[in-house]
Write a protein that binds this ligand. Structure first.
Ligand SMILES: Cc1ncc(COP(=O)(O)O)c(C=O)c1O
Length: 453
């Protein structure tokens, strides 16, 4: 944090702006931003569309909601339209003959390598398929192999509900009792974040009876970026399988699934990966499991050996690697939307994005902690930039969260709310500016002055 604050202070001096909240400072930062051109790759809703009656209706809104649904990259229209054209012109023949060089029979390969780069994986460790919760189920079907001694799954007590339901149902599906086979790691009393030391202690104490440790890379509610490598290593040392849900991490922070030796992972692509609502998801299986055909998996023809897939012989032969976990032929329209989005990621690196993201979120953090007292607003996301991504989660005191949220919406500022009292804001570095952060904080300041008077 000190380094980021030093950078911000130094830039403030260079900008000759009066303060961090001076529009001249944000303008200076945006001019200096080496990634500033990437914003032009996105369709940003107009203020008037988001908040009818707002002033400056034709100007872009302030979008701080990439943690929920990323903005639409302009290239998505191009790639999806091309598939519609090919569908119209070639219909079924387009599975094999495609005028843009993307025959549908191999459509998933068009997004495999770029997706792998984003999550720090080798190409063959990644399959682009299904949706997130489905992928979690399919992975657990193969990787959760409970025995009498080792039958437990360790998760966060506040895991995203879909993950909790999926994992609980996997335990029930095996004829086991979640009351005995599910361990939910709780934060300490009065705390929101999970301390790594507490997670490691649980692993140390219960590791011998834990079959799978499955956490989110970044916690959806608090924005905490877990120490993935440390947790993976500790759990594997105890003989556990380790899986991660990267819904809020993929495209947000540069994870290294291969190097960290993670067993499996899954993610959606509609948040920081901007592939559109309900977009196609991803799955990772470490290469050391690539040729382990002894695990029972749920199979489908898309996981079967490509060379004989169309022979229809009904003798399932899984492909090596993540590809062997596929089931259905993937949605071409969703895959091409992801391809459009990844074409923007291709213009940068996760490291450069992370560098901007850290500075942008540090700026937001600094403004919020200096402009508001703890009696009004508390940031529950970690203070340490290494332990968070783009998102900050703000608890509003005094039962005023929904009022604040509605009034921000009326000003065409989009974050999202999580009841009872949290507003999440995430300046996604691909398209958010320092000016977006500054504008949000200065408008929030005016609202707080009204509401807490
Ligand atoms: C951490 C996490 N897990 C799972 C899900 C559910 O995703 P899906 O509906 O795509 O399966 C979400 C959705 O936001 C999420 O944030």
């Amino acid at each position: 944090m000190a380094n980021l604050m030093d950078t911000l202070q130094q830039r403030l001096a260079e900008s000759k702006a009066k303060s961090f909240l001076d529009p001249a400072f944000a303008e200076f930062m945006d001019q200096q931003d080496p990634l500033r051109a990437l914003r032009n790759e996105f369709v940003i809703p107009a203020r008037g569309e988001i908040a009818p009656g707002a002033d400056r209706p034709d100007e872009p809104c302030t979008y701080l909601c990439g943690n929920s649904l990323g903005l639409m990259p302009k290239n998505v229209t191009k790639y999806v339209q091309e598939e519609l054209t090919v569908w119209g012109e070639g219909a079924v023949n387009s599975h094999f003959k495609h005028r843009f060089g993307r025959p549908w029979v191999r459509i998933e390969e068009t997004v495999q390598e770029q997706s792998a780069r984003i999550v720090g994986a080798k190409k063959d460790e990644v399959a682009i398929m299904n949706t997130l919760t489905s992928n979690l189920h399919f992975l657990l079907a193969a990787f959760y192999t409970p025995t009498q001694e080792r039958h437990k799954i360790l998760i966060e007590s506040k895991a995203f509900p879909s993950d909790h339901y999926a994992i609980e149902s996997q335990i029930l599906w095996r004829g086991l009792d979640p009351a005995k086979s599910l361990i939910c790691q709780e934060p300490r009393k009065g705390e929101f974040l999970l301390r790594t030391e507490d997670i490691l202690e649980t692993i140390e104490k219960h590791g011998h009876e834990i079959a799978v440790v499955c956490f989110s890379g970044i916690q959806f509610y608090t924005g905490q970026y877990f120490e993935m490598e440390k947790i993976t290593k500790a759990a594997q040392a105890k003989g556990c399988i380790v899986g991660w849900d990267l819904a809020h991490a993929a495209g947000n922070v540069p994870v290294k699934l291969h190097d960290w030796n993670v067993d499996f992972a899954c993610w959606c692509s509609y948040k920081y990966l901007n592939s559109g609502p309900g977009g196609i998801a991803g799955l990772f299986v470490h290469e050391r499991h690539a040729e382990d055909y002894s695990r029972k998996r749920l199979a489908g023809w898309w996981g079967h050996d490509k060379a004989t897939r169309f022979d229809m012989v009904n003798e399932f032969k899984a492909m090596a690697g993540a590809a062997g976990f596929q089931h259905s032929n993937p949605s071409v329209l969703c895959t091409s939307a992801l391809l459009g989005s990844l074409s923007v990621f291709e213009q940068t690196t996760m490291e450069d994005l992370r560098a901007k993201s850290k500075l942008l979120t540090a700026y937001l953090f600094h403004l919020l902690t200096t402009e508001f007292s703890a009696a009004i607003l508390e940031i529950i996301t970690p203070t340490d930039p290494e332990q968070r991504g783009a998102q900050l989660s703000l608890v509003f005191k005094g039962g005023k969260m929904m009022d604040i949220f509605d009034r921000l919406c009326a000003k065409a500022i989009i974050g999202d709310e999580r009841k009872p009292d949290v507003i999440r804001v995430a300046p996604a570095p691909l398209y958010c500016r320092f000016e977006d952060v500054r504008f949000f904080v200065s408008e929030l300041k005016a609202l707080v002055a009204e509401l807490y008077a």
